[in-house]
Design a protein around this ligand. Structure first.
Ligand SMILES: [Zn+2]
Ligand SMILES: [Zn+2]
Length: 251
């Protein structure tokens, strides 16, 4: 079979600009991929995972409703959650590179990994809602990595097929929260108490709608907790959570 013009263009581009590993920049065979050592350091989460936060469950294959210890202690308010990677090694490096550098290549790879995880939610016609940054922090950083991920996820074949759209400003920050780094879980929850609210002009659009909340990393889950409360107050639901990486300790 003859290669299409697009395939030929793709091959020519790969020959002229050999693809780099997403993490370390070494040459790789496949665009938007990882080299051997970076792949070995990536902890992709399999099917046996916590129903609420998506963290890997060790041991025998988990039942669909099984929870990890953290979620058993404090069950999250959303209906289900999934994560692609553990926030260690390559997972952590990719999240940090995305947060602090304009890395559309990471977004492209991460969005296709995340889209895979959300397959069985798509029939409910959910809206994608990224966790917002405070406007001042957005000014400093120039972009919101969660909104960028959400926009890329909307462009994946699975999401386009279901015509799923993104509502980047569905949630707003009520006040600027202190940086979360170095705070324990309880302090994080206090810090973020009611920090997010529905943007009033989107109230009607969200009422009765399924929502997939998008964030780059879930640590304590406090931000996603606040977002879920805001969405539920506005009558949205069910609420799903989809993150690139799950961190189990304060990071
Ligand atoms: Zn590498
Ligand atoms: Zn969990």
């Amino acid at each position: 079979m003859f290669a299409s013009r697009l395939q030929i263009l793709d091959r020519a581009k790969t020959w002229a600009f050999p693809p780099d590993c997403l993490r370390c920049g070494d040459r790789v065979e496949i665009p938007y991929g990882l080299c051997g050592p970076c792949w070995a350091e990536a902890q992709f989460i399999g099917k046996s995972c916590c129903h609420a936060c998506g963290d890997e469950l060790i041991g025998e294959e988990a039942a669909p409703s099984d929870l990890c210890d953290a979620c058993l202690m404090r069950p999250p308010p959303w209906d289900a959650g999934r994560a692609v990677l553990r926030y260690e090694g390559t997972g952590r490096a990719l999240v940090l590179a995305l947060k602090h550098g304009d890395r559309a290549d990471i977004c492209r790879a991460a969005s296709s990994w995340m889209a895979e995880k959300a397959q069985d939610w798509l029939d409910q016609n959910p809206l994608l809602v990224p966790i917002p940054l405070h406007p001042l922090r957005l000014l400093q950083r120039r972009f919101n990595q969660s909104a960028l991920l959400a926009q890329h996820i909307c462009r994946t074949p699975q999401f386009r097929e279901h015509a799923i759209t993104c509502l980047p400003d569905a949630l707003s920050r009520l006040r600027r929260t202190a940086p979360q780094d170095g705070l324990g879980a309880e302090a994080r929850f206090a810090n973020l108490d009611e920090a997010l609210a529905l943007t009033p002009r989107h109230g009607e659009r969200l009422r009765g709608r399924a929502v997939i909340l998008i964030d780059d990393v879930m640590t304590s889950g406090a931000t996603l907790w606040s977002a879920t409360h805001a969405l539920r107050l506005g009558g949205a639901g069910p609420i799903y959570v989809l993150v690139m990486a799950r961190a189990t300790k304060a990071a």
